[in-house]
Design a protein around this ligand. Structure first.
Ligand SMILES: Cc1ncc(COP(=O)(O)O)c(C=O)c1O
Length: 451
């Protein structure tokens, strides 16, 4: 097994992946866990391991209620006649170490606005991670541009910077890396290629609030960084988003674009429109919820990290279970999910869905990661539309189809399973239940394969 490094705060990510199928530390009782060989799996009628509940998400803070009700009673609900969105912007920028923040209606509208400001236009190409929530691709489609996939590193689940250059064409204008599940991408690698080819970089940090790369927060490492505050997120407001940036001009323009094209600082309607734009504004109520949720995010992230590192240590002892590897330079992940790889060949070829059912029956919530969305019909739907036919030649679209072969991403889609971020807010004994449930499934893999 490789060594684990620690920062001064002992919070660095693990940089080692568990060895596949190694029997060195097996059975689990050799690392202080019970053996489950004689117990029946819950899915086959046995008793489940975890009998309690799991933390709920999101968690409401009743101390925020007075201010929200006061705001509602005044009727000053939109950002044009209240201060709360601006207060949130200042506090979020401060928390993240960015010069400026622009609050938006959602992560999707943050991405659309950021790409717009970086000059992404109809007929352009944007290099993007395939392993992500679909909104990342949609933000590119919104501009009638072509999302071009850079394959995923099967060990980190992130954009592999060494694969970027081969995908650049004379239409490429931007790179859109995704810090998926709150795991930082190797941004030095991405920025280096971008600089060499004069490309913009927008970080999709929609799942990466307070993650760190070389000690700096994700979302502050490129031209612009985008966040989501949708209900499941670590900083939730039902819906919401933000753009971070250090360049005043870019941020002024982002503000204008997200506010119907009004000049920055002017909430009144014309004259003097400089840009086209949409209404992608955050509401006062969203900002107040976010300000209250911000009080807990640092502590929650610390708990998630501590539990994730504990799971890494224990789970990599189980044959066929491989915790995620940190990318070069990643110094802190925030685990929007806790993902790991399941090697079915080590589990008697039990399919991933059957493994997940067995773990779930033990009382452990578990989900699969993203599917092979790069093969979804939305691409053909776009390419067959009037606009795309005008904008991209048959030859270009054929090349896109020919290159839409992403072995690294396929592997990640086939193998990744994950626990929810709220599950990571459980106790140490909850984490032991997770480890024991997976060990139990491993030890009973012969029975499960038959059952
Ligand atoms: C990686 C990623 N990108 C973009 C988005 C879009 O954010 P929203 O749902 O707030 O529009 C999300 C939200 O789930 C996301 O996870």
């Amino acid at each position: 097994m490789k060594t684990r490094k620690f920062t001064r705060r002992e919070v660095i990510l693990t940089t080692s992946a568990g060895a596949i199928g190694t029997m060195i530390n097996w059975p689990l009782n050799s690392i202080g866990s019970p053996s489950f060989a004689k117990e029946k799996l819950a899915v086959l009628g046995g008793e489940k391991i975890h009998k309690g509940t799991w933390p709920d998400w999101p968690v409401w803070d009743p101390t925020a209620e007075k201010e929200i009700v006061d705001m509602l009673r005044t009727g000053r609900w939109w950002r044009g006649n209240g201060e709360h969105v601006e207060v949130f912007e200042k506090k979020y920028a401060e928390l993240m170490g960015a010069k400026r923040c622009l609050a938006t209606a959602s992560g999707t509208t943050a991405l659309i606005t950021a790409l717009d400001v970086m000059g992404v236009d109809a007929g352009d190409e944007v290099l993007v991670s395939p392993y992500t929530f679909i909104a990342t691709y949609n933000s590119v489609f919104f501009h009638k541009a072509l999302p071009v996939f850079v394959d995923t590193d099967p060990e980190t689940f992130l954009m592999d910077p060494s694969k970027i250059e081969a995908k650049i064409t004379d239409r490429t204008v931007a790179i859109l890396p995704v810090h998926i599940y709150g795991m930082p991408v190797d941004m030095d690698g991405v920025n280096k290629v971008a600089k060499a080819h004069n490309l913009a970089v927008v970080e999709d940090a929609c799942q990466a609030w307070l993650a760190e790369y070389r000690g700096k927060k994700t979302g502050t490492l490129a031209d612009l960084g985008c966040f989501s505050f949708q209900n499941s997120k670590h900083l939730p407001a039902g819906e919401g988003g933000a753009i971070l940036g250090n360049n005043e001009d870019l941020m002024d323009r982002a503000n204008s674009r997200h506010n119907c094209g009004r000049p920055f600082g002017n909430m009144k309607s014309g004259p003097g429109y400089l840009y086209r734009g949409g209404n992608f504004r955050m509401q006062q109520s969203q900002a107040l919820i976010l300000l209250s949720q911000m009080k807990r995010i640092i502590k929650d992230n610390d708990i998630r990290l501590e539990n994730a590192l504990y799971l890494d240590k224990k789970l990599k002892e189980i044959p066929g279970i491989i915790p995620v590897k940190a990318a070069n330079g990643a110094t802190r992940a925030v685990y929007h999910l806790y993902p790991f790889r399941y090697k079915k060949e080590v589990f008697n070829n039990i399919p991933k869905e059957k493994f997940m059912n067995a773990v779930s029956a033990e009382g452990i919530p578990i989900i699969g990661g993203y599917g092979k969305q790069n093969k979804d019909l939305l691409f053909e739907e776009a390419f067959n539309s009037k606009g795309y036919k005008r904008l991209f030649s048959e030859a270009r679209l054929k090349k896109w189809r020919d290159e839409n072969n992403l072995p690294g991403n396929d592997q990640v889609c086939d193998e990744v399973v994950a626990f929810y971020q709220s599950t990571l807010l459980g106790s140490r004994s909850d984490m032991d239940d997770i480890v024991n449930a997976i060990a139990k499934v491993y030890e009973n893999r012969n029975e499960l394969a038959k059952g």
